[in-house]
Design a protein around this ligand. Structure first.
Ligand code: HEC
Length: 113
């Protein structure tokens, strides 16, 4: 027989569990965004504005925070891994590891809000 106190304990345990899960994934997301920021700073910032403000050092390079206005930035994942070739000679070809591409996209998404 289930007494009401054990039901309450179960409910509390379930809540704690759910909270731990969401806190855990938020922290993982933050780490990914941070890593993406470092990748952007190291590889892209000499041409693109990679922060929330400021203009691109290279005028033709779109600021990263504007990319999400053109298309869902998640769509870039494949291009980042297979090598972005914009067809513009000023942009060097990049190939990232899939987890690096994930991180970079997480960072771009973080710029969108
Ligand atoms: C040497 C300068 C340079 C560097 C470094 C550079 N880019 Fe670019 N990138 C450009 C230029 C210039 C364009 C604009 C091309 C155009 O649309 O005319 C561009 C365009 C883009 C676009 C838009 C493509 C489109 O069709 O909408 C993306 C996405 C992009 N770059 C991502 C990156 C990423 C990610 C990095 C770092 C890994 C990076 N770029 C590094 C110069 C650069």
């Amino acid at each position: 027989m289930l007494r009401s106190s054990s039901v309450r304990i179960l409910a509390v345990l379930a809540l704690v569990f759910i909270e731990t899960l969401s806190v855990g994934s938020a922290a993982a997301w933050d780490r990914r965004v941070k890593r993406g920021e470092l990748i952007a700073l190291a590889n892209c910032a000499r041409c693109h504005a990679v922060a929330r403000f400021g203009s691109s050092p290279l005028r033709e390079a779109p600021p990263f925070r504007a990319l999400h206005e053109r298309y869902p930035v998640g769509d870039l994942a494949e291009a980042l891994v297979e090598g972005i070739t914009t067809g513009h000679p000023t942009m060097p070809e990049f190939r990232l590891e899939p987890d690096e591409a994930d991180a970079l996209i997480a960072y771009m998404k973080s710029l969108a809000n």
